[in-house]
Design a protein around this ligand. Structure first.
Ligand SMILES: Nc1ncnc2c1ncn2[C@@H]1O[C@H](COP(=O)(O)OP(=O)(O)OP(=O)(O)O)[C@@H](O)[C@H]1O
Ligand SMILES: [Mg+2]
Length: 386
């Protein structure tokens, strides 16, 4: 793979001016390229003490760039290695998408085998590590703060779904992909990253298996990926934020394990208020909290067509438009898929996993086939019908 040391750390103004890079960079303009050397130095040679997380795409480091700017540096794992040109084309799309509720991509490094993304660093970590994390994170998630977070995520997603052309299905909306800035304003991260992966990349299956609690059933079982699958995940996130608990908790007794199931039950009994996070100590607007739960239920209805579009969700959240709660139908749940057959693509050995493994992080899983006979398949993110 060719290396273009002279380009790094500069914007690619015009590939035509650099003869040796003409092929790879043709048509790709205005992407900030960092050299591997610069990112190595920014992270103290990717020192473990600078590592702030690890996800399905690879490891994330906190780093200090040349002019003192702090960045989150995501080193993509081997599976994501695309050709230079293909990679840059996708990066260009992602870097041009800007919204106050989306994480900002500064640029990337594509040098030899390295594929690294450089993002603005968000000071207050992710919702999964703060609001839903164990232990005290030191952040006071007041009702007002939670409400602002819900609206912000909804606006960011409505932007991706309805304003960006062609629209983008995030396909991995979950608490760890919602980052908080210093003012606790939410930023959706990892949008567009699915485009960097081949549709059948093994770790895509792993990622999906690890976050099954957020997956719309039609996507999990039949591989139907549309905006409605994101809306389902958003609904799950919404009820997590209001209740202050994760969508699945296998340590709880049967019946309490799956949050969505409980929300539906309490909704039918008209007792939703019981599920609002107790750590709010009653300091919230009860009508508003129940409305958010009901919007969560609207978004997670089993039939994708019944789930409202994100721009409608935004208006429902702000109270600009109402909805008929009598028409809310039961959520789609995949909690009864209690056994999953996992196929290791390298050895083709088959093992069976319990749903406990399924709902926890399952980084060792390579490819999943449900015992129902349905195989997880992945439709390209460009395919959007609903
Ligand atoms: N821009 C950022 N600013 C601050 N912290 C970040 C940033 N991006 C990622 N992180 C941290 O790194 C962690 C890992 O992120 P990463 O996206 O790699 O994994 P994930 O979100 O847990 O899973 P997935 O790969 O499915 O998105 C996040 O939970 C967050 O704590
Ligand atoms: Mg992430």
């Amino acid at each position: 793979m060719p290396c273009f040391p002279r380009l790094f750390g500069k914007r690619v103004e015009s590939a035509g001016r650099i003869p040796e890079a003409a092929d790879e960079f043709a048509g790709v303009k205005n992407i900030k390229l960092y050299s591997y050397k610069e990112l190595r130095s920014a992270t103290d040679d990717f020192c473990p003490t600078n590592k702030i997380g690890e996800g399905g795409f690879g490891s994330v480091y906190k780093g200090k760039l040349k002019h003192g700017k702090i960045a989150a540096i995501k080193v993509l794992s081997a599976e994501s290695q695309q050709g230079v040109r293909e990679f840059l084309t996708e990066i260009k799309v992602i870097s041009e998408i800007q919204h106050e509720n989306l994480v900002n991509l500064y640029g990337c490094c594509v040098e030899g085998k390295h594929r690294i993304l450089v993002y603005n660093y968000l000071e207050n970590n992710s919702l999964s590590q703060t609001l839903l994390g164990r232990g005290n994170c030191g952040i006071d998630f007041t009702w007002q703060t939670r409400w602002r977070i819900c609206i912000g995520i909804a606006r960011g997603l409505a932007f991706l779904h309805e304003e960006v052309r062609p629209h983008i299905v995030h396909r991995d909306i979950k608490a760890s992909n919602i980052l908080l800035d210093k003012d606790l304003s939410p930023k959706i991260s990892d949008f567009g990253l699915a485009r960097l992966m081949p549709p059948n990349a093994t770790h895509v299956s792993t990622r999906v298996a690890g976050t099954l609690g957020y997956l719309a059933p039609e996507y999990a079982i039949r591989g139907q990926l549309t905006r409605k699958a994101d809306i389902y995940s958003f609904g799950v996130l919404l009820v997590e934020i209001v209740s202050g608990r994760c969508n699945t908790n296998m340590r709880l007794p049967n019946g309490d394990k799956y949050l969505l199931e409980r929300i539906w039950e309490y909704f039918q009994r008209r007792e939703l208020i019981e599920l609002v996070d107790v750590s709010l100590e009653g300091k919230y607007d009860a009508e508003e909290a129940c409305r958010l739960f009901k919007i969560g239920l609207l978004c997670t209805q089993d039939a994708p067509k019944l789930r409202p579009a994100m721009s409608t969700v935004v208006k429902m959240l702000t109270g600009e438009i109402g909805f008929d709660e009598k028409k809310i139908t039961a959520p789609g749940l995949i909690s009864d898929l209690s056994e999953v057959t996992i196929r290791n693509t390298n050895t083709d050995a088959r093992t069976t996993s319990t749903d406990k493994d399924l709902y926890s992080s399952s980084d060792s899983v390579n490819n999943s086939t449900f015992s129902s006979g349905a195989t997880l398949t992945f439709t390209p993110v460009y395919e959007r019908s609903i």
